[in-house]
Design a protein around this ligand. Sequence first.
Ligand code: ADP
Ligand code: GLC
Length: 468
Amino acid sequence: MVVYHLSTECYPVAKVGGLADVVGALPKYQNKIKGIDAKVVMPWYNKAFVYDHEFEKVFDGFIHQGSNMLQVQVMRETSNVLGFELYMVKIPGLLDRDNPYGYQDESFQFLAFQQGILHWLCAMEIKPDILHCHDYHTGLVPFMVEHCPEFEFLQGVKTIGTIHNGEYQGMMSWNMANYMPSFDAYKWGLMDWNGFINPLASMIKCSHAFTTVSEGYLEELFISFRGLESLVRQEFGKAYGIINGIDTEVWNPETDPMVDFNFNIKNAVAQKKKNKEKLCKEYGLKPELPLFAFIGRFATEKGADLLPDVVWRSIKQNYGSLNIMVLGSGNTYVENKLKEYDYTYTNFALDVGYKEHLSHKIYASADFLLMPSRVEPCGLNQMYSMRYGTVPVVRYTGGLKDTVEDISTGGAGLNFTYPGVDDIVHAMNRALEIYNQKGVMGDLIHANMNFDFSWEKSAEKYLALYNS
Ligand code: ADP
Ligand code: GLC
């Protein structure tokens, strides 16, 4: 069975968040299952990876976007170093950029990506068994395959859509239809939601099945989905929640080259302490105190807007008994307020930016990882932290609900209900109490490291879905 994953991100080629981690790992694990050949197709980016690896051109052609003719080249990484065939679609001016997102003309960018892929497959007469579309950027593919005459060759190919983040739907005005490949006009309703072209809605309507990255998140979408609640209820018959795994080869505390003092379950307590001492020294924190960390995008979904007040309140309340470290970027108010606190409080440290190496060091050093998410379709940070013996302190929502159980009911993490300063600080106070009980932290480190979040189980679930 040949599966093409279509995605704007893939680790380690280009990563903004968890989508990259999933698309960089799932196909690799799928290829370990007999009978599956999984590949990844993504846009070409100006990233170190493309200069450090060899590519061969496997297609050179063109598409039309409105009255513009666009050159489409498909480049294949020749060594399959990632554990799967990687194809990158290059379209000068649209798909040869520094980053995946943040451009004014992203509707043109993603339309060209989708059209470019389908054009290449048809021109080369490549007929996959499954086209697996990730998020709204590839959400129009299921529609295009069935209703654009240009792609008739692909009609009948099965399409799966995975929703990693329903907060972003890629809505466009209907004027953009002029820049799409021509389609059966009677079917326009399959792209429409409330008077706009809505690629995510279209993916739900037109794919043969769609998935969310946890069961908990799927349940939440029925009641809160930025306007698509009724659609997901109507289409629930083909909806599946499949929890993400983690790449335990990349995220292995015993071999991770980004971690200063590697460790396994036997020496975790002592080695984590050494990692923490080094990190605290670098950032002017106090290694003898518990370390709470936050890693992530400064976005409302992640509850990042609450961080300044959480830092202020917890440090005021518990001055001299905890450290907090934040790594991330995004909302300017949050960045600036936290920068101010970085100067004001010796127990607080901030590093602004996206730093893969530092994130690994933090997972390996921290005692607790904070995730006050308002929305969390799956969340990978909590699983990485658990694998690295760091206790997750998370809001009870989406994938966090499915992966972190509170210590009071036999789990090894801490949950809180509301994404508000009071609840978060209360959970942190509970964590401090646990930290100060002799022997408990060691048990928690071991319990967390014992969880199995590897991709094998979920890869099998996707296979069952493909087969169905
Ligand atoms: P999302 O995709 O919504 O941002 P996930 O929890 O699925 O959330 O994945 C986030 C991924 O991005 C994790 O691999 C996390 O370690 C990483 N990450 C987030 N922010 C940063 C940062 N500032 N520096 C390094 N890695 C980061
Ligand atoms: C999205 C979600 C995150 C999830 C990731 C990978 O970015 O916000 O919760 O873990 O996709 O599926």
